[in-house]
Write a protein that binds this ligand. Structure first.
Ligand code: IPM
Ligand code: MN
Length: 365
């Protein structure tokens, strides 16, 4: 198979982890006889410094030509500490999602057994948890009208949803549930918000088309509690942009660490794959970042955009093997991890590539 992939490293640890994700794609291409060609595109703080824009037109044009996109992270502390700056790295990410029509963000929360001890949640609560989040990605308060009143002392952001936006993500969630444990939990705040009441009504309508799937509606505050109390009670969760942003950071603790969570953003055209973690400037350049979220994002890319199930599975097995062999990055290590098993970003990436070579050789025998 011949494919073109755009690599968008972005800021902070985005660069380090995306290098590992790309290496994994190269190893898969080599082991399974595919040809992947790469382009690079800039975004975020880096792009602002170079061009004044958080997502230059040239980057978008490159992405539009791609068969899939592997993205790192955006952000820089300079902007976090100065809310007056007009051009901000995150605008690049939001524009990229909107321009490419990436309205569905899939965030699978699955715990590798080896990491049961890495979470602050009790192992008996976690064991067997397997949740697939569908976070709506191009609507909500992220894209509604916002502004500041003339006196500067009043500000507003509008939470807004259109019927078609809820319909299309709900269909994706129900279809996915049909291939899983056949349950969808729709999360909203319909006891307070009008946009949530529309959301709930539309999800109820869509649900009627999937009689084989059980549907449950939950308020976001209750969902936040239930996720930690009984994560196994969830199968597919579908929710709006803001609630999905918050709940998936929370749910990352079910997978042991934020450094483990991959995501896929899909919609109208090309698919985009990225870790759910941010640019983490506090550890940038120190070789401490966990590359597994980017590597698992590459696995999602192979599966969802290219339909390469066996190759995707090989990446996941390579990760599981590294964990089974006791290797950890610092974020997923515990007090029992021997120091020689604690790997830096590059070493963990290399370990996964080594496992891919080994697994592919064994499978072809
Ligand atoms: C995410 C991030 C982004 C979001 C930020 C960086 C704008 O937190 O992808 O979850 O809020 O969507
Ligand atoms: Mn987030």
């Amino acid at each position: 198979m011949k494919k073109r992939i755009t690599i968008v490293p972005g800021d902070g640890i985005g660069k380090e982890v995306t290098t590992c994700g790309k290496n994994v794609l190269d190893h898969i291409a080599q082991a399974f006889g595919h040809e992947f060609e790469y382009d690079y595109a800039s975004i975020g703080h880096e792009a602002i410094e170079a061009t004044g824009e958080a997502l230059p037109e040239e980057s978008l044009a490159t992405m539009r030509k791609a068969d899939a996109i592997l993205f790192g992270a955006v952000g820089h502390p300079k902007y976090d500490n100065d809310p007056t700056l007009k051009v901000r790295p995150e605008q690049g990410l939001l524009k990229m999602r909107k321009e490419l029509g990436l309205y569905a963000n899939l965030r699978p929360i699955k715990l590798f057994d080896e990491l049961l001890g890495a979470s602050s949640i009790k192992p008996e609560v976690l064991r067997g948890a397997d949740i697939l989040f569908f976070r709506e990605l191009t609507g909500d308060v992220y894209f509604g009208e916002r502004g500041r009143k003339d006196d500067g002392n009043t500000a507003y952001d509008t939470m807004i949803y259109h019927r078609y936006e809820v319909e299309r993500i709900a269909h994706k969630a129900f279809k996915a549930a049909q291939t899983r444990r056949k349950k969808v939990t729709s999360v909203d705040k319909a006891n307070v918000l009008e946009s949530s009441r529309l959301w709930r009504a539309v999800v109820q309508e869509v649900a009627a088309e999937y009689p084989d799937v059980e549907v449950e509606h939950m308020f976001v505050d209750a969902a936040a509690m239930k996720l930690i109390q009984n994560p196994r009670s969830f199968d597919v969760v579908v929710t709006g942009n803001l609630f999905g942003d918050i709940l998936t950071d929370e749910a990352s603790q079910i997978a042991g660490s934020m450094g483990m969570l991959a995501s896929a953003s899909v919609g109208d055209s090309v698919g985009l794959y990225e870790p759910i973690h941010g640019s983490a400037h506090d550890i940038t350049g120190k070789g401490l970042a966990n590359p597994l979220a980017s590597i698992l994002s590459a696995a999602l890319l192979l599966d969802i955009s290219f339909g390469l199930k066996e190759e995707s599975e090989c990446v996941i097995r390579a990760v599981a093997q590294a964990l089974k062999d006791g290797y950890r990055t610092r974020d997923i290590a515990d007090k029992d991890t021997p120091s020689d098993k604690i790997l830096g970003t590059e070493a963990m990436g290399n370990q996964i590539c080594k496992n891919i070579r080994m697994l592919a050789a064994v499978d072809s025998e």
